[in-house]
Design a protein around this ligand. Structure first.
Ligand code: AMP
Ligand code: MG
Length: 486
């Protein structure tokens, strides 16, 4: 039987029908000894794939890039990007797009291997990835999904049986990533820089067709595209801020047009509330610090808007004005999303003018006294004391908050429920993620990771078995650091 029938793959390759400028067809780069270490059965089932068939040798060869699934036309995508502010040509240097799987419900998703070997865009790199970082992406992207945050997903991780050379030798691995698409701000930058206006237009039309088909009827679909991408990214970044997710490398090549979080490299969740938090070892200036993420989102979208200038209006000056006007809307849209989310975290249904002050006062206390972000909101949700409880300023704040809640018509129970649904009990805390990765990579013990994934799959459940995962790490002198190879 063919793989298609067994596993349920149903490929179409619409990206490969774009002009050649946008990709290079690639051959598979077989690895020595593929071994399936984790399969996301729930995701597989939701994609209409057969979870039994996905565990056969044949399917594992597909996840390892030793074999193409039937109907796939593997390619590496071209893109550019501003990396820490510097514009560069990039492209899939260690990834391969098998194509798009069409689910039984008719949804089109990219199936991409990450760590699948060299491509024409690899530059000096080996095209490979290490097991730890691929499992890390698996854990964090799945946690993000469970938190209700748009994200690429992780279908499987296989080990390659090969050692890759970094600072030391590490076990190689390949992640199968599922995404609405891999079209990035950087894809548009690439088209704007190296393509013709016609090619740029083809990319924009393709993107509208794929992600925003309703915009085709608009008077100026390209302007509408810009507006919608601004809206989705504003909503996305607000969600990051509400749970303390720090992406770590918000380069324009790591920002999707679909509005999904992508590229879990040096990302991490913040324990202690601090706007200045930076985990990435290479982010020395704090460009992508927690508190800077909304500004960098706006900056990236300005780069996106620049790409669209040839399409927005026939008169260039007019086009620039239009683009600027739209970019200026970002901060308000972002703020409204963030305020709405913060109100929900505090159990507030209606809007009052002083809500922002109420929110900022609490965050200010958390920042000043080094309170744990997640646990402070969790404690307010379940009616426990917080590390701030004994402070007179906090008592005063608490009184204001109580009065504010009494001024809404909804019951206390409804407010409580809103808070439970808005404040996660558990996030993938760094020490827990490290513990899971260490057991998996060093001992071949995946049970720690599986337990963690289980707890993270229902972050709003507030169940007793989650309690021990709520503890912040023991204080240390060495701040947690993440690395880009991750
Ligand atoms: P990232 O930091 O994962 O967003 O990647 C930035 C760029 O570096 C992309 O073009 C990647 O394809 C490329 N890249 C990252 N790691 C490797 C590698 N091991 N081999 C080749 N290219 C890589
Ligand atoms: Mg990237």
């Amino acid at each position: 039987m063919t793989n298609k029938i067994e596993a349920g793959w149903n490929f179409d390759n619409s990206y490969a029908r774009l002009p050649k400028l946008f990709y290079n067809k690639v051959d598979t780069n077989p690895v020595q000894d593929p071994g399936l270490v984790i399969l996301n059965k729930e995701l597989a089932a939701s994609l209409g794939l057969n979870t039994e068939a996905l565990q056969t040798e044949d399917s594992i060869s597909v996840f390892a890039g030793n074999k193409e699934p039937q109907g796939s036309e593997p390619l590496a995508q071209a893109y550019a990007g501003h990396q820490f502010g510097h514009f560069t040509m990039l492209g899939d240097g260690r990834a391969m797009l098998f194509g798009e799987h069409i689910t039984p419900e008719g949804h089109r998703v990219d199936i991409q291997l990450k760590g699948s070997g060299r491509t024409p865009y690899s530059r000096g790199g080996d095209g490979r990835a290490a097991l730890g970082p691929m499992l890390r992406e698996y854990i964090i992207s799945e946690a993000m999904h469970a938190l209700g945050i748009p994200t690429t997903r992780s279908l499987a991780v296989v080990t390659t049986g090969e050692t890759i050379i970094r600072e030391t030798g590490l076990p190689g691995a390949i992640l199968t990533r599922i995404a609405a698409s891999h079209i990035r701000v950087g894809t548009f930058q690439y088209a704007a820089q190296w393509g013709t206006t016609e090619e740029l237009k083809l990319l924009a039309d393709y993107t509208i067709d794929r992600h925003y088909p309703e915009l085709k009827e608009q008077e100026n679909p390209y302007l509408s595209l810009l507006q919608e991408v601004i809206k989705r990214q504003a909503a996305l970044i607000a969600k990051w801020q509400l749970v303390g997710f720090i992406h770590g490398v918000m380069n324009t090549d790591n920002m999707t047009i679909s509005g999904e979080t992508i590229d879990y490299g040096p990302c991490a969740f913040m324990d202690t509330y601090d706007l200045g938090t930076v985990f990435s070892s290479i982010d020395r200036q704090g460009r992508y610090a927690f508190g800077n993420q909304p500004y960098m989102g706006g900056w990236n979208l300005a780069r996106f808007a620049e790409c669209l200038i040839p399409l927005l209006h026939e008169d260039q000056e007019e086009s620039v004005k239009i683009a600027q006007g739209e970019i200026e809307t970002f901060s308000d849209i972002y703020k409204n999303n963030w305020l709405a989310g913060m109100r929900a975290k505090l159990g507030l249904f209606n809007e009052e003018e002083l809500d922002e002050t109420l929110i900022k006062d609490l965050l200010g206390l958390m920042q000043e006294h080094g309170a744990d972000y997640t646990n402070t909101f969790r404690a307010l949700t379940i009616g426990e004391g917080t590390t701030l409880s004994e402070l007179p300023e906090f008592k005063e704040w608490f009184g204001h908050w109580q009065k504010r809640r009494e001024r809404q018509e909804q019951s206390k129970e409804d407010a409580q429920q809103l808070m439970r649904n808005s404040n996660p009990a558990v996030i993938p805390r760094n020490h827990r993620v490290e513990e899971a990765l260490e057991a998996a990579v060093n001992e071949g013990d995946y049970t720690v990771m599986e337990r963690l994934l289980h707890v993270l799959s229902k972050p709003f459940a507030h169940t007793p078995d989650q309690e021990k995962y709520c503890k912040p790490p023991e204080p240390t002198d060495e701040p947690y650091q993440t690395f880009c190879g991750t």
